[in-house]
Ligand binder design. Sequence first.
Ligand code: IMP
Length: 432
Amino acid sequence: MSATCVVGLQWGDEAKGKIVDFLSDEHDYVVRYNGGNNAGHTVVWGERRFALSLLPTGILRSHMRAVIANGVVVYPPKLLEELASLEKAGIQVKDRLSISAQAHVIFPYHIAEEVECGGKAAIGTTGRGIGPCYSDKVNRANGIRVGELLHPEHLKARLTDIIPRKNKIIKALSADPDKAPVFEVEKLWADYCQMGEQLRPMITNTTMLLHEALQNRKKILFEAAQGSLLDIDHGTFPYVTSSHSLPSGIWSGSGVPARQLTRIIGVAKAYTTRVGSGPFPTELNDGPDGIGERIRKVGREYGTVTGRPRRVGWFDALAVRYSAAIAGCDEITIMLLDVLSGLEEIKVCVGYEYEGKKINYFLNDGVELAKCKPIYETLQGWKEDISKARKLEDLPVQARRYVQFLSDLIGLPVSVISVGPDREQTILNKIG
Ligand code: IMP
């Protein structure tokens, strides 16, 4: 039994890709079990930079077998584009990738539904059709699985049934019905049959594949997409994504029982970011010359998928302690610590003021969280550039104290500290 999960503990974009890449040497399989191309994972190897959104990051390592499991929603044009771009970069992936026949398929009408029917504006979603596709899965009548792309006549019958309904919904809910997009059965059918054929060699029963791998004592690495606070059940609803981004999604999203997990690593940034709408108690709205903008610039905090500037704020220990508990983390990693270099003081949220009372726990209810005011502890910053630090002793004492402080607040050891995007810019000593 050996399965590891790497999960984000904030609102996504915690630099999970770097940790997955780091752990790849010790694993044989890498599995995506949730989300779709709303995710953005970046890996930097020296001069080479890879940004993936549907493929698991671990696929970059040639010894790894990669799996897109049943809990993922697949947008075939994006998947084919990512496969082509890796092959162009000299990384052969097609013979190492398996796609679940049970994963659901995103069609252009899902994207239109999200944009035209208000989800994008109301929640600040990525506009990739994620929510509408998961809704169709749960609602069943309109959901189409990857395996269905391989049966042309069957697919035609399904699309003939579904598309007129979708056209009606989109037109009825569109702000400008006369300009609402109209989808044609023949065109979508032809396009998706053709893409299905391209994907055919990779489509399989990934649940059985993973169980065989476990029987053969292979090591599996689960790569969560988005962050725990975006989890559909345990995140800050309604400002969440539509899937189970916590490790709880592994069981249903891949068919691998949770008891197989032997290590759960929670990834957190040294500060907090959030993209899209929703409450964010520690957000820094301190103008163009403020600390928020400085962190955004130094940390290059712009969405990998949408390019949107990310909202930036101080580390929220209540939020991370909450996520780490629900995720069942054994350890945490602190990413982008170098971004805080040069700040006189660094604040950490250690409590909230909520309806006149001090509380020391996170409120995952979007309405309640919006009423919370952060209570901070202020720590001394450090001036030194820490991007060349490779061991704990290379860090200024203030930086070490900061990490120790976070570890104490969360109650878990910090096993990795990241001081830059490159895989070399990593400190592996345990704190806490
Ligand atoms: P959706 O997943 O596109 O439906 O978007 C729902 C919310 O999750 C929005 O606030 C998005 O900005 C956010 N979101 C989705 N995927 C990611 C991600 O990979 N990183 C950060 N935020 C994300």
